[in-house]
Design a protein around this ligand. Structure first.
Ligand code: SF4
Length: 444
């Protein structure tokens, strides 16, 4: 696919078109180099930089059903034997890391099970998976274990088992509380399953329960969104994450738009999605929550941390195991092969399953951390001075000035703080901080 502008997700009138809005990494993915497994081999043979925290991500690519807005490659038809073969491959991959000079002797600080749907696995599969992971990279110093779950895959016994395995942060993919909206968007679960799963998760005693919502799903209305927010607050989760609906290429919604010759997606426009997220944040604040990023609000900011996010956004090393998983090690980005059979075959043949990689420069790493931390609503100059010996106030003076002139934020001494309006559209503001050669990219 050819490049297009950074605003490929939006028409001039603010309608939602196909394209990526969410900025999850830097430099953008399409600058990563295919056929670059050798980078990883070279890197793993070296010792790591002392003091860099280590995390482990394990990717479970299985789901009960494919959501219409999903752009991940997920598998909805795999049986126990195929799943086992996949988990074995993931373990073999992780074992390669654990035995390397770069990782040997290090203990992870955080672990994340993402997908896909990690809760699609049975208790026996999860038990065996986590036992083997702990053997390879013990969890003695782990501060947080996050686990993504789809409400319809959970029951009391499974939730108690997940808690017993050491999961501290359960993230429930609720997305919407209305069964019709869930159905029309292709979600597998329904409203009654949310209530059941939430109550059972609370009873299982997870230190942190997060609920995910999406503003602007197909057929979402103002009235329904308000009802969503009311139900959300009634549940009193420790943490709330709200994404604004984007319609990337390869989603079911995009395919339908293409078949019907439509350019505008059948979801709310960006101003509406931002207003709905802003409404949710305001209601959460009235209920005592604190907004901690462009997507999250937490009930108790003193106690509720998100170690995975905060570590990654400060340049931690991350081993990403599994099909299409992303790693960031020693300043090098990697993504694994994105097709499951090819991934398994590659690992089984003794090769590293890397699809593409990029060795970043210190300047790119500094920009990466700056834009990711901007999603928190504020960045402080001292952090960048100490870590990168860069004065971000001066280096990005034009960008700060532009934001301030647009009423989107201001410098408070050594800190740049975004306004709420800016925070609600923070991903659309980040491309201005990219190096010129990376500015025209939709793959971020
Ligand atoms: S549950 Fe998540 S990963 Fe699975 S199909 Fe839906 S959006 Fe995609």
């Amino acid at each position: 696919m050819s490049d297009s502008t950074a605003s490929s997700h939006e028409t001039e009138a603010g309608e939602t078109t196909a394209g990526n809005y969410f900025v999850s990494n830097y430099p953008p993915f399409h600058f990563w180099d295919k056929g670059s497994a050798r980078y990883l081999g070279e890197l793993l043979a070296k010792p790591h930089a002392p003091g860099t925290p280590l995390g482990v991500y394990f990717h479970i690519p299985f789901c009960r059903k494919r959501c219409h807005f999903c752009y991940f490659r997920v598998y909805t038809d795999r049986g126990a034997k195929e799943i086992q073969r996949y988990l074995d491959a993931g373990m073999a991959e992780l074992a390669r890391y654990a035995a390397s000079p770069f990782v040997a002797g290090r203990l992870p600080k955080f672990v994340y099970f993402g997908g896909g749907t990690p809760s699609y696995l049975s208790v026996a599969q999860l038990r065996s998976l986590t036992d083997r992971m702990k053997e390879l990279l013990p969890w003695n110093e782990v501060e947080e274990v996050t686990f993504e779950a789809e409400p319809g895959t959970l029951n009391e016994a499974k939730l108690h088992a997940i808690r017993e395995l050491g999961v501290t942060r359960l993230s429930l993919g609720v997305e919407n509380f209305d069964s019709h909206i869930l159905e029309i968007n292709g979600r597998a679960h329904r409203a009654d399953e949310i209530q059941r799963a939430y109550a059972a998760a609370r009873a299982a005693g997870f230190p942190q329960l997060n609920v995910d919502l999406i503003s602007g799903m197909v057929e979402e209305t103002e009235e329904n969104w308000r009802e969503n927010v009311r139900k959300l607050i009634e549940l009193e989760p420790d943490c709330v994450t709200i994404y604004q609906m984007e319609v990337p290429y390869n989603t079911g919604i995009f395919k339908q738009m293409k078949a019907e010759g439509k350019l505008v997606a059948p979801v709310a426009n960006w101003a509406t999605k931002r207003a709905w997220t802003g409404y949710a944040f305001a209601e959460l604040e009235k209920a005592g929550y604190t907004v901690t990023s462009g997507y999250t609000a937490v009930r108790n900011p003193e106690r509720t941390r998100f170690v995975y996010r905060d570590s990654l956004w400060k340049g931690a090393d991350l081993i990403g195991a599994g099909v299409s998983a992303f790693s960031h090690l020693g300043g090098v980005h990697f993504q694994n092969i994105t097709e499951i059979e090819q991934y398994i075959d590659t690992v089984e043949s003794g090769e590293l399953p890397v699809l593409r990689a990029m060795a970043t420069t210190p300047e790119e790493r500094m920009i990466r951390e700056l834009i990711l931390q901007l999603k928190l609503g504020r960045v402080g100059a001292p952090y960048f001075r100490e870590k990168f010996q860069v004065e971000v106030g001066q280096k990005f003076q034009a960008q700060w000035l532009g934001l301030a002139e647009a009423g989107l934020g201001e410098w408070n001494g050594e800190v740049f703080e975004l306004t709420r309006e800016a925070l609600l559209k923070v991903d659309s503001l980040l491309h201005d901080f990219f190096l010129p050669q990376h500015q025209n990219s939709r793959y971020v």
